[in-house]
Design a protein around this ligand. Sequence first.
Ligand SMILES: C[S@@+](CC[C@H](N)C(=O)[O-])C[C@H]1O[C@@H](n2cnc3c(N)ncnc32)[C@H](O)[C@@H]1O
Length: 443
Amino acid sequence: MIVTENKIKESLSLISNEILNGANFNRSEYARNILNYPAMMVPSVQEPIIKSLSETFEGEVSLLDPFMGASNTLVTGMKYGLNIFGQDINPLSVLLSKVKTRYYSKDALSTSEESIKIRVQNDTSIKKEVSFHNIDKWFKNDVQIELSRLYRAIRQESAIEIRQFLWVTLAEVIRLTSNDRTSTFKMHIRPTDEIVNRNLSPQKYFFSILKRSISDLNDFCSMLSENNFIRKNKYIKDVDVVWGDSLKAINTKKIFDLLITSPPYGDNQTTVTYGQFSYLPLQWIPIEDIDEKITFDYLKTIQQIDSNSLGGKMIDNFSQKKENLFQKSKTVRQLFDTFNLDEQIKAKKVINFVHDLDKTIDNLLAKLNKGAYMVWTVGNRNVNKRVVQNDNILIDLLSSKKVDLITDLERDILGKRMPGRNNFSNTMSKEKILIFKIPINNE
Ligand SMILES: C[S@@+](CC[C@H](N)C(=O)[O-])C[C@H]1O[C@@H](n2cnc3c(N)ncnc32)[C@H](O)[C@@H]1O
């Protein structure tokens, strides 16, 4: 599957800034409206890059995204007939991605809508199905009762594929009907008077979101059929979406030709709290319906997923590991040197994150063919008024592993759903798309 570097460069050079920053993409074509996951990649970036790369390659292409999030990269890969593999540490991302990368027939979806409606209408029980620490703080009593009816109705669905789709729908309802504010990804309770005055019906939300999601999935699946990628109600290429910590391993034996990803830009706590965003929905979704291979207690605390994510834990042997990183990246060394003694906690967090990223890259390189390409979308951020240049850090780390940048693109990130009030404002207004090539032995 080796293509020449010049061909790739030439093809990517045709992607103009207008295209990258354009809004001319139909969201429903990628099932993007299903669950508003944080920091999703926008189609204006993925579509032209994946299109151009897939046209450059000849024959089968396998795509890896080790931080799949809402799986928009994978879904776009399916539009171009690629074999896809995605992994994420957040169980909600895994559930969502399983749903979005699966072919659902129109009949199966409309039957599921009809039958769940009947089950919910016939359920008048006030029994609560879920309980966890502080549940009454996060959900009003009547909301818990209606959510429990939806929960029972979903559990009665016999097909796991349909249950997973219904759980994702419920996840969105939970985000909208809990007492958590939707304006931030961090959990943040609404003011008491607002909670008292809100009259919400989870059931109403559920059926309206369900209708919209069915229409989105139908659009996506019809597009795949029209592109001749569906046979016997299945996508004809490989689809594999798994739970896993990419810092520890990429959980597949497969080897890939293309890596396209958008990694976290720092530890979740200080950048995007994907875990806190997912905490309340995950309380209502049985783990066995998400992925039987999940091995960590992700609901132990509100912070659990975030602290298990890249850069979330203090590394042991800090000084030695810091020195090793400095050898690999002068950008990190120069940045670290600008921090004062009283800023050490924040400076250490940056080191933790880059250390984890570096280790993850080793895992990724082990899964890529010689001559494979990597496309990383990264943005910079501020830490105590210093710019963390994620783009240069990534270039340094990869260069220390003999992987060179071959070209790059830049875009504005106005359309991306990032946290409002925080350290992203200035330097995060642009994102870099960095394209690297894995050397062939004698290069
Ligand atoms: C920027 S998002 C990915 C966005 C995605 N490309 C999209 O278009 O929706 C980053 C993802 O990295 C995941 N992540 C963070 N640390 C991880 C780890 N150690 N292993 C796997 N995934 C991780 C987060 O859960 C999050 O979903």
